[in-house]
Design a binder for this molecule. Sequence first.
Ligand code: ARG
Ligand code: ZN
Ligand code: CA
Length: 253
Amino acid sequence: REEVVTIPIVVHVVHHTPEQDITQEQIDSQLKVLNEDFRRANPDVDKVPEVWRDLVADARLEFKLADTDPDGNPTNGVVRKETSVESFDADHGVKLGDRGGSDAWPADRYLNVWVCELNNALGYATFPGGPAEIDGVVILHRAFGTTGTAEAPYDGGRTATHEIGHWFNLRHIWGDDGDGCSGSDFVDDTPNQGGHNRGTPTFPKVSCDNAPHGDMFMNYMDYVEDASMYMFTTGQSERMDAALAGPRASFLS
Ligand code: ARG
Ligand code: ZN
Ligand code: CA
């Protein structure tokens, strides 16, 4: 695929306190980061170590707030919903009106993004192929966008980049096998890596006999802080393409 594909997003702002009812400016700041990160247009891309520079991908994906709602009426792509739930668990409750959440828009036409107070996680995502009612990504409001309630060190908008990576079928770069060396992310150009990385690692960080270059901890699909992640690889971009050619093909056209 050569063309850029634009994905319409609906942001469900599910709020119990006025603080959680985040501003349009904060939402726009998140869209800006997505439109940089998935186009290799992020200002920090030049921090990628020289040895991996040729692998950095332009995923040719863009995002815009939906301009038409499921009934065909004009919308700004933001649903605001007051809730009695003080804080949601990562159990899909925020996606369901009868649990104090906001119902999904049709998952074959919109990427549903829920922003709320969330217990014990910065965000979570569904992979392609699951039930439409819960399809999409959930982001803690304090890890959403780059302004407003966004809080360091997760105020770079990268939680949504990471979770939308999952939504396009990307796995964690370490292969989800704890600290083991046998797990895979099913992408050929990412180095085999032990466990996840946290914080702000320094290159090179070696695990699983992956010397001399070590872990690609600056990949969006690791767990480092927002300022330490700045790339998808060509192999990851191809995997996202495959999701778009397959289970997410309704977004082409
Ligand atoms: N699902 C991960 C979590 O909740 C998201 C990690 C995002 N990392 C980041 N630097 N924003 O912990
Ligand atoms: Zn993840
Ligand atoms: Ca591993």
